[in-house]
Ligand binder design. Structure first.
Ligand SMILES: C[S@@+](CC[C@H](N)C(=O)[O-])C[C@H]1O[C@@H](n2cnc3c(N)ncnc32)[C@H](O)[C@@H]1O
Length: 229
């Protein structure tokens, strides 16, 4: 069971940090610790549920190739690697060199072959039509609309025809104030993100929304899944 409201849109239609205008995180293991504390005690595990739901919606199969853009410390990519198995391929990219170093050491400790590279969504270093699935979780709100457009065009380029895209992110609410408003400045409403995803050449869009929770700092989030035309 999950708490997401579901909508269907298909009828309507040690390296260096990589340069980006997005907000790059540099915390490595501190990101994992802080993220766990924040999610467990302030978000009541909603971020964890959101990512688990994103992986379930992608329905990855053994042997598939998957990319996680803005992979952070690689937790989701490692989960996906277990699902695609030894015949599949999983790559995570992130501009934060410390995030990538941490992701690589987690993969090594778990004996998983997932690859992690420093890179940015707006310039993906992969040939056209490389991947069956692309994930982006809690990353899009780091980007301006211009970067979102560039990044989604790159995602469409590296996905195979019919390939799946799953985006999970916080949603922007107009009434936030102060720190919350600054943190979510790059966040889009689910409708705005749907429009950007359609413009980038995707169809069969589905969305699910997890509203803000009472007695929790969880700001509300959404998931978009779509297929490349
Ligand atoms: C809040 S973290 C989310 C990490 C991970 N996806 C997760 O769900 O835990 C956002 C990540 O996006 C990365 N990021 C920022 N700008 C980016 C860009 N232009 N391309 C790819 N990743 C970017 C940051 O470095 C950071 O690691």
């Amino acid at each position: 069971m999950h708490s997401f409201a579901h909508h269907n849109h298909s009828a309507a239609g040690n390296a260096q940090d990589s340069e980006t205008h997005g907000l790059v995180l540099k915390e490595g293991w501190r990101y994992d610790l802080h993220g766990w504390l924040m999610d467990t005690f302030r978000f009541r595990s909603q971020a964890h549920r959101l990512k688990r739901r994103a992986v379930a919606l992608a329905n990855v199969r053994p042997g598939e190739r998957a990319l996680d853009v803005g992979c952070g410390t690689g937790t989701l990519a490692l989960d996906v690697q277990r699902r695609v198995g030894a015949t599949g391929r999983v790559v995570g990219i992130d501009p934060g060199a410390q995030q990538i170093a941490r992701a690589r050491s987690k993969a090594a400790r778990r004996h998983l072959p997932a690859e992690f590279q420093v890179g940015v969504i707006e310039r993906l270093a992969f040939p056209d039509q490389t991947f069956d699935v692309v994930f982006s979780t809690l990353m899009m709100h780091h980007l301006s609309d211009t970067l979102k457009r560039q990044g989604l065009a790159e995602v469409a380029r590296v996905l195979k025809r019919g390939g799946r895209l799953v985006i999970a992110d916080f949603t922007r609410k107009q009434d936030r104030q102060g720190r919350a408003a600054r943190f979510h400045a790059g966040g889009s409403s689910i409708q705005d993100l749907v429009a950007l995803v359609k413009d980038a050449g995707f169809e069969h869009l589905d969305t699910e929304e997890a509203p803000p929770l009472r007695f929790s700092a969880f700001p509300g989030a959404g998931i978009i899944s779509a297929r490349k035309r």
